[in-house]
Design a protein around this ligand. Structure first.
Ligand code: GLN
Length: 490
């Protein structure tokens, strides 16, 4: 097995036993990148020199028996909306094509303190708006399982580089499903934590009341390790909260005996691919055989959430993106006469179509004549969604659902049809509106060999329980380590 295919768990063991070195690991990852990146197109920026220097420093620490951080030597890729001191952070936009932040996001600081090694910054839909990573101003990332298909989005780069062994760990951001949907499409584990569990300081905002950073990994165990490092209150983010569970690895192997799991029937109605439904059914049976109590239940808001999400997220986006005006931040056109012209030209030239669509939708929903009809109604619906989840969690420990209604679609298939693209989020957006944690993990493969994702949803701050349930299923299904076919050919 190539070193690049290792998990965090294996790296921790390998380094401790001195069987591998951080330098060998980083070299293997860059070898792999040279081999497959031309096809996958996952990275926007690579930091090879810096990564090797960092790896040498870790190996020195090991040699001198200096205590190591939890992610020592672990290669990591960061979504390009997470600010990195001295490394370009484009947000997938022409607007920020040359932006080099003078500071690190809190998550980046925490990763560095844990001795992780930054490999590079990965591709994404512009300002995290999209479900296919085709909205990037720079390039479209491909799905490593089938290069003619999309990797999902907006954290498509994060999911693709982990699936293709071009990084061991990646961070993504999830406003309405952007960690979980690409994780499902690329057959990796993606965790969207409870709102506030991970600091958003240094994450370029899309919709501040919904955005959350989270890890994409090869295994559930790795997700738990990453969360331990990333979580916690941050004085720089007033919405961040102190976690109730600090140690997610401890107890991860406890199993699901006696756990009560609800499966809302609304998730299995029209529009769901039959192969996905069959695969989720198998997981339900696996849970029953592991001793969990799985029951059908109801969650009527499933479909309504979609409209509330697109109103609220676009309203917040229109406000957050007002700062990109050619004066204070970002792209500035060469020729202009008046300041109004500067603003208009910079926004016209540097924002892509989807971003403009959201700004218009959001501005409209917030305008005085329509505020009550759209924004206020959406907020009311959001409260209702929270209540419904609260009620369901009085009865169940966790909820199980598909992550996406369909298998990874073909590149270009939905680009001209924004509404169809929005429907991709039907199972994921309500979780953001209710500020809940949810994890997407592979639970099987279609007859054409494409990954299928399962979603486990829990009450606020129940990440420990979610990870426990995910770990049990992952072991039972025994699909970890299955890799995209083309890799063997490469
Ligand atoms: N696909 C959703 C959207 O386009 C979700 C995006 C996200 O989670 N960042 O808004």
């Amino acid at each position: 097995m190539s070193l690049a295919a290792m998990t965090i768990e294996e790296i921790q063991r390998g380094l401790a036993a001195k069987e591998i070195t951080a330098v060998a690991l980083v070299k293997a990852v860059f070898e792999r990148i040279k081999e497959v990146e031309p096809q996958v197109q996952g990275y926007i920026t690579l930091c090879e020199k810096e990564a090797l220097t960092q790896a040498e420093a870790i190996d020195k620490k090991i040699e001198m028996s200096v205590p190591l951080g939890k992610l020592a030597g672990v290669p990591i890729a960061l979504k390009d909306n997470i600010c990195t001191d001295g490394i370009k952070t484009t947000c997938g936009s022409k607007m920020l094509a040359d932006f080099v932040p003078p500071y690190d996001a809190t998550v980046v600081k925490r990763l560095k303190d844990a001795d992780a090694i930054i490999i590079g910054k990965v591709n994404m839909d512009e300002f995290a708006m999209g479900s296919s990573t085709e909205n990037s101003a720079f390039k479209a990332t491909k799905n490593p399982w089938d290069l003619s298909r999309v990797p999902g989005g907006s954290s498509g780069g994060s999911a693709a580089v982990v699936a293709a062994d071009m990084s061991v760990l990646a961070l993504g951001s999830d406003t309405g499903g952007s960690i979980r949907q690409p994780a499902a499409f690329c057959g990796v584990v993606g965790l969207k934590p409870t709102y506030g569990l991970i600091s958003r300081f240094g994450l370029i905002a899309f919709a501040s009341s919904l955005d959350q950073i989270g890890p994409l990994t090869k295994t559930v165990y790795d997700s738990a390790v990453a969360l331990e490092v990333l979580q916690g209150k941050d004085p720089m983010d007033s919405t961040s909260k102190a976690p109730q569970e600090i140690n997610y690895v401890e107890g991860i192997k406890d199993g699901v005996k006696g756990m009560k799991i609800g499966v809302p029937r609304e998730f299995f109605q029209k529009g769901l691919d039959p192969e996905i439904a069959a695969s989720i059914q198998k997981s339900i049976e696996a849970y029953r055989s592991l001793g969990a109590i799985v029951e059908e239940t109801t969650l009527p808001i499933t479909e309504e959430g979609l409209s509330a999400y697109y109103i609220i997220s676009s309203a917040e986006a229109s406000s957050n993106l007002a700062r990109f005006d050619g004066l204070r931040y970002g792209y500035r056109p060469e020729d202009f006469e008046k300041v109004e012209e500067l603003m208009e030209k910079s926004r016209t030239d540097a924002f892509g179509e989807e971003v403009k669509r959201r700004i218009m939708l959001g501005t409209y929903a917030l305008s005085s004549g329509y505020y009550d009809a759209y924004y206020n109604r959406a907020q009311r619906l959001r409260r209702k969604i929270r209540e419904e989840f609260k009620t369901i969690f009085e009865k169940y420990d966790l909820i199980l659902s598909p992550t996406t209604p369909a298998l990874p679609f073909l590149c270009g298939e939905k680009s001209d049809n924004p509404l169809e693209m929005y429907l991709e989020d039907i199972y994921t957006i309500n979780i953001n509106l209710a500020e809940l944690p949810a994890l997407a993990m592979p639970c099987g493969f279609s007859s054409t060999g494409l990954p299928i994702g399962l979603q486990i949803i829990g009450p606020h701050f129940s990440e420990g329980k979610i990870l426990k349930a995910a770990y049990a299923l992952e072991k039972d299904l025994n699909i970890v380590g299955k890799r995209p076919q083309w890799k063997e050919e490469a």
